[in-house]
Write a protein that binds this ligand. Structure first.
Ligand SMILES: *Cc1c(COP(=O)(O)O)cnc(C)c1O
Length: 296
C-alpha cells in the first residue's frame, strides 16, 4: 500500500522485498529477510504499521495532534514525528529525562526538525506513563491530542502490526522478529497461521518478563508456536560490544544489508548462532523481519 504525504517521501509497503541471505543460509536452513526498513527513510520498519491506524483513528475522531512517549534515542518518537509531518498533524513527544540532564541526541534533533514539540519529564515522572491520573492531567494540558503509548503499544498498534503478516508468504516455517514492547509480535501471532512458528528476540536482559504481557493480548486459538529468546542481549537494552559491531559489519559485507545495534543486529546474531548450532531444522524456511531502526 502506498501513502503519499505532503512534501515527504512516499511510504510504500510494496518496497518491503524479501531478500535471500545467501551466506547465512549456506550449509543449513534457508534464511531470508523481509526488508521493512525500505518502506520509508524515517517511518521505517514496524513503526509505520503500528502508527497507521492510530493516525487514521485520530484524524477520524477530529484530533489534530498525536502525543506519544519515548526516550532520547526512541525510534518510535522519530517515526511518530515523521508520520505526523507526513499526515499534516501536530506531534508532541513526552521525553524521558530532563532537558539538559541528558545530551541532545540526533534522534531528538531530528524530531525537532520535523516540528515535534518536545516535553521533557524526569525519569521518575516518566514512570507514570501508564498511570491514568497523570495521563488525565496531560490530556488537560493537550486536549487536542490522541495519546499513543510508548512503542505504539495500543489496540491500533497491535491491529496495525497484523498487516505485516500479510507480507509473509505461506511457505515460511519460522518467522523471526526483534521485540521491544511486544506489540509487533502480538500482531504477527494473532494473524499468522498458527503452524508458522514465531520467534521473538528480546534485546534486554531477562526479556522473557514480556511473555505474560504478550499472552494477555493473544487470541487464545493463536496462542501457540511462539517463543521469546533473551540470550543475545549483549549486556542489556542499547548496549553493544565489539563482537556485535564486527558481526554487523561482516553481515553488511556479505548480505549487503545494514542492521541496527539495538534490535535487528542482536536478532541476527542470535539467528546465526542458532544456524551454527544446527538448531534450525535443515528443511526450515526461515524469514527474519528487518524492523528498521536505521538512520539515513
Ligand atoms: C521499535 C523496534 C522494535 C520493537 O517493536 P515492538 O513492537 O515494540 O516490539 C523492533 N525493531 C526495531 C528496529 C525497532 O525500532
Amino acid at each position: 500500500m502506498k501513502t503519499t504525504c505532503g512534501n515527504m517521501a512516499t511510504i510504500d509497503t510494496a518496497r518491503a522485498i524479501i531478500q535471500p541471505l545467501s551466506q547465512l543460509s549456506s550449509g543449513g536452513a534457508t534464511i531470508d529477510m523481509l526488508r521493512l526498513d525500505l518502506i520509508h527513510p524515517l517511518i521505517s520498519g514496524n513503526k509505520w504499521f503500528k502508527l497507521r491506524l492510530n493516525l487514521e483513528h485520530a484524524r477520524k475522531q477530529g484530533y489534530r495532534t498525536i502525543l506519544t512517549f519515548g526516550g532520547a534515542h526512541s525510534n518510535h518518537l522519530l517515526a511518530t514525528a515523521a508520520a505526523c509531518a507526513a499526515y499534516g498533524m501536530e506531534a508532541i513527544g513526552i521525553v524521558r529525562g530532563l532537558h539538559g540532564a541528558a545530551k541532545e541526541t540526533a534522534t531528538l534533533e531530528r524530531c525537532r526538525q520535523l516540528h515535534m514539540h518536545l516535553h521533557f519529564v524526569s525519569r521518575g515522572v516518566y514512570r507514570q506513563k501508564d498511570d491514568p491520573a497523570w495521563l488525565h492531567a496531560l490530556s488537560q494540558q493537550y486536549p487536542d491530542a490522541w495519546f499513543v503509548p510508548e512503542g505504539g503499544a495500543n489496540q491500533q498498534g497491535r491491529t496495525g502490526a497484523e498487516e505485516i503478516a500479510s507480507l509473509i508468504p505461506a511457505h515460511y516455517t519460522h518467522i523471526c522478529g526483534a521485540v521491544g514492547s511486544g506489540t509487533t509480535l502480538i500482531g504477527l501471532r494473532n494473524k499468522l497461521p498458527v503452524r508458522q512458528k514465531l520467534f521473538g528476540f528480546v534485546p534486554m536482559k531477562g526479556g522473557r518478563y514480556l511473555e505474560p504481557l504478550i499472552r494477555a493480548h493473544l487470541i487464545s486459538e493463536q496462542d501457540h508456536h511462539w517463543q521469546l529468546y533473551d540470550t543475545w542481549h549483549f549486556g542489556g537494552f542499547g548496549k553493544t560490544n565489539k563482537e556485535l559491531d564486527v558481526f554487523m559489519e561482516i553481515f553488511l559485507q556479505q548480505e549487503y544489508i545494514r542492521l541496527d545495534p539495538v534490535y535487528t543486529g542482536k536478532m541476527m546474531f542470535g539467528v546465526r548462532a542458532m544456524q551454527q548450532q544446527k538448531l534450525w531444522p535443515r528443511e526450515a524456511k526461515v524469514i527474519c523481519i528487518h524492523s528498521g531502526g536505521l538512520r539515513e
